[in-house]
Structure formats: C-alpha cells, structure tokens
Write a protein that binds this ligand. Sequence first.
Ligand code: GTP
Length: 339
Amino acid sequence: MRAVILIGGMGTRLRPFTLETPKPLLPVMNRPFLEYQFQILSRHGVREVVLCTSYRAETFRRAFGTGRRLGLKISYVRERIPLGTGGALKNAEPYLKGTTLALNGDVLNAFDLGAFLKFHRARRAEISIALTRVKDPTRYGLVITDEKGMVRRFLEKPSWDEVVSNSINAGAYLFEPSVFAHLPPGKPYSLERGLFPERLAAGARIAGYVAPGYWIDIGSVEAYLQVHLDLLQGLAPFKPGPRARPFKNSDGARVTAGAGTTAAPFVRFSGSVSLGAKVRIGRGAQLTDCVVLDGAVIGDGARLERCVVGPKARIGTHAVLGPGTALAGGSSVGDYSQL
Ligand code: GTP
C-alpha cells in the first residue's frame, strides 16, 4: 500500500514558527515532526510515500531527498496554488494505485494500520476515516457513526449543545480508487467540507474507525509544546531523534538536548524540557516544561515556563517568559522583561 501525506498547509496557527519552517518540518526533540509519522509507516511495512507539497515546497526535498536514509521511497507532488486537502489528493492521483492511505502531515497517531485496513475491507467502504476521542470536540470535526461503524453524520466544529459524541476526525484515511472520480482536478477542494459530506449525501459507504492509542494534532503552539512533554514523559510511543540526548544537569527533571548545548552553574530545570542544539543557558536560569530551539541564548536568572523559544532567540537576564509565550526565531527579549 502507498501512503500520501498532506503537507502543503501554511500552518498559520503555529506562527511565528511556521514562517520559516513548514509545520511538518518543525523539530520535535531535534527531529523533523514528519519523521515520527514515517516511523508509523515503516512499522507497518509502508515503504512508498507521496508528499503533497505547496507552502515552502522545496524545504521537504532538502530534508528527506529520495527517502533512502529513512528506508522509504519518497515522491513529491507540488501544487502551484494550495489546492486544499481534496485538491492535493487529486493532484497525487498519478502516483497512487489500489487502496491508498492518506495522512494529515500535522497529526501523530500511534495506531495500528493493519487493523484500520482490516476494518475498512470488512465494511467494503469507499472511504474510511480514523477517529479519535477527545475531551473537547468543539474545536474539531465531529464524526457520528452507527453501531456497525458506518458514518451517519459530520459536524464541523460543533457548539456544546450539538455535541452528541466525542469522536473526531483524526486526520488519517483509507480511500478506494473509485474516490478519485469525485475529486475535481486542479482546483481547491476540501476532503472534510467537500468530499466527505458530499459522498455521504450520495449514499457512499464511509466507515469511521475509532483508533485506540496516542493521538495529537500539533497545529497550535500549545499542542506543539504538548507533544514534547508527552514524548519526554514516555506517553507517546515514538522514538525521539538520536540527536536528543538526556542532559546532564537535569536535577531529576526530564531534559534532553542537542549537541553543543551548555548550562551555566545553578540552572534549575523542572518538569519536562526539550533543548535544541547549541543552546546556551545562563547562570541561575529556571526552565519548567518548555521547548527551546537551536541556538537560543537564555540570560542569567531568566525564568521560562510552558513556553516555546524559537531558534537563535536571545532572552535577556532575569526576563520572565510565562505560559503560552511563543518567541519568534531570532528575536530578542530585553533584560528584566516580562512576557
Ligand atoms: P492552519 O493554517 O494553522 O489551519 O494550518 P494548516 O494550513 O496546516 O491547515 P490544517 O491544519 O487544516 O491542514 C491539515 C493538513 O492538511 C496539514 O497537514 C496541512 O499541511 C495539509 N493541507 C492543508 N491545506 C493544504 C493544501 O492546500 N495542500 C496540501 N498539499 N496540503 C494541505
């Protein structure tokens, strides 16, 4: 089976980090996020991957090349204008054959692809959608299924009084080749808001598979931080990159760092902290549950909590970065500032 991964979005909710680097290439513990998805594919014997690119398309080929290093055969399809999730899939049609697995490039789903495929075949579905259960479904696309696992309704970002289930679209799909005839070529079209409701209304068989196991959509700054905390706490069954090593000055906190990262005396870590390569941490700084990307410099006595610091940012002495702060790469925070 071939897999297609949709990676052309602009990732506006994850700005400022996605201004330089597209969301699927953002580092997660010193490894491009997409490599975690590749781990799932490899575990299930999927070797041929088609990447649907648009925003900053060239950066993907630079990162992964032919895929040989990763044990994959990667092809690239480029959209001159972003075609949306459905248009992107149509654009990749010449590269696909048989039943196709499609994944959003910003979700991490530790699911069993073999079980998903078996479920899809047993229901003779044209489309199967992986579902996951969340506490707050109002921010997502809700999918309502019957007792046999067939989809009965879609509800985009429902209000609380419309919430009749907590199963949401997890961003992983199986498609039969007949689906492609329903995707318009060369124009923007959405799977979630176009193809799925339209095919359901036309009476097509669409199944919803509740995939057990870890799931996260890294689309917001909060979620990007969370995936690091989950990996560091061992809640997500994925291997961080070989460049993220346990950090020596970690005081019982879970801290990893890339090569060349240094911490001056009296630095205090608590919770889970991911440090990139060549980060410099000044004397007496305190870091709690945060992500600091490559080359950032943290001044003496600075305090960081539940925040993300972009590459090569400079934080002045005794500055305080509070929960939710997203500091752009290359920016500077003055001494004693409070964000
Ligand atoms: P936001 O702007 O923050 O909403 O992020 P996004 O642009 O990534 O959009 P969204 O999270 O809805 O996209 C879900 C997945 O589809 C992501 O992996 C995107 O990269 C991908 N995607 C969205 N739009 C396109 C597109 O026009 N072309 C391609 N190839 N992929 C897309």
